[in-house]
Design a protein around this ligand. Sequence first.
Ligand code: ADP
Length: 530
Amino acid sequence: MSTLMRATGTFTKLLSPSSHSFSLRPSASLLTRHQMSTEVENVITRLKNSGLLRSQGLIAGKWVDAHDRKTIKVCNPATGEVIVDVPCMGQKETNDAISSAFEAFYSWSKLTATERSKYLRKWYDLLIAHKEDLGQLITLEQGKPLKESLGEVSYGAGFIEFSAEEAKRIYGDIIPATLPDRRLFVLKQPVGVVGAITPWNFPLAMITRKVGPALACGCTVVIKPSELTPLTALAAAELSLQAGIPPGVVNVVMGNAADIGDAILASTQVRKITFTGSTAVGKKLMAGAAGTVKRVSLELGGNAPCIVFDDADLDVAVKGALAAKFRNSGQTCVCANRVLVQEGIYEKFANAFSKAVQNLQVGDGFTEGVAQGPLINEAAVQKVESFIKDAISKGAKVLLGGKRHSLGMTFYEPTVIGDVKSEMLLSREEVFGPVAPLLLFKTEEEAIRLANDTNAGLAAYIFTNSIQRSWRVSEALEYGLVGINEGIISTEVAPFGGVKQSGLGREGSKYGLDEYLEMKYVCLGNMNSN
Ligand code: ADP
């Protein structure tokens, strides 16, 4: 059966409420199921027509099912509706994908940089040409507002464009020789087959920022997207094929995460693993990579401080903190996790910030004007609830929100909590939801101490009008990225990555390519012989 027919079958099922394999929470939903289905139906029809709704894995350029035909369901988090079934793959399919990438590596790595660059450029053009489709797919399976999804497509495609450009600038080196009859060179060569494991919060961008530089350097890849959001990955892979990127260069498997991860770790053909996700899984992968001494890049959890000093411009601070906290409903690893506010501006900031948060419209990501979609699943809501309960039990005050949204499902009210202290869970761990905890501090030294009092070290934000303070605090923060008077700073041209337990390595920028390159020293001797 063709993919389209499989998919169409699933869509017909989708429209019949009785076939849903989910249950709405009893408190759910002001949005009626009929309204939601019509919206989803339209989106799916458009995606089907564009050929981007793929529901199989990609191995050696072929769309394939799991060997035992097992499937998993991909759902729309805003409604719980099943969008489509995808294969539940494991060790066997992963090994097939690795073999395919290994085989393709030989010819892909032998292409000239210009040839690889052209393929990547074509892929970028197709991603942009299908921006609307991809944006809808992201909202459909991940839930974020369509405007944010479209932003993710531009951002994600940017990594492919940047990689196409940088592919031509992977220079080696000539080192002045220490002996007259020698010449010393450094070659940069691709590491080989790369295993890329990605999360659900940026279904496209977390893939392109790994695969773009990998392909530019001459590596081939086995991608394992999150089982919650595999459809965007599959659509991007489809476009890589349409761009002419040869079969086997890009492979996608999904299903049993631990089995797939183990197969990647065990393989001696996979020379590098690149991962974005939780710190717990990242540590497992790092330990597992020791068996074959694989190279490892990790983008793990953060605990971003957002520091508002007395001398900040209030409007800039409110706008920046809002963007840093509530993007993707608080579900990014660079989201402000703690808002540290100096005592002189605390009251004013808390009021203005709460007012701005109150204006954030919650709803289905396809609805015009919505700024906050659902959380990814029930577990995410329960985590938020437990963190808030912990904070309240220790003396924190709910200034706004603090409960599930009346829309039901996994919608949660944008929330501001005051009087938060550093021993509360809200300060210690990533809440990964639409909750802004406010902590009061008195001095710059105290702010730095509080900000650095964590094992994480990904993003930090500061708001101040003092140039000297901007430098002082940026230098003192133990973080990989610092935004000064800005809440959203990620871009493909700058290095992204953490220190401490937030990870290893950098993605994006010219530095990101180093992660996929080996350095080889070549010594040419006996220069005087013929
Ligand atoms: P999150 O909390 O963001 O879902 P996870 O670390 O659980 O973070 O997931 C990130 C990615 O890691 C997903 O693709 C997930 O399927 C994958 N993953 C989870 N557990 C494992 C594992 N044991 N081995 C390999 N990949 C895993």
